[in-house]
Write a protein that binds this ligand. Structure first.
Ligand code: SF4
Length: 48
């Protein structure tokens, strides 16, 4: 099975940081307090 890497809809994201807390790979950060950003090198596409 091929897993897709996470992608953030920057128009929808409110930078609440919920995804940052659940990502097991620490792949997500909040860019300049504006929206979530995913490090494609760390994301394994788990979908959490
Ligand atoms: S899909 Fe999984 S590894 Fe990728 S950003 Fe989301 S929680 Fe993290």
């Amino acid at each position: 099975m091929i897993r897709k890497k996470a992608k953030v809809g920057t128009d929808e994201c409110v930078a609440c940081g919920c995804c940052v807390k659940v990502c097991p790979r620490n792949a997500i950060s909040i860019f300049r307090g504006l929206y979530a950003s995913v490090d494609k090198n760390l994301c394994v596409g788990c979908g959490k």
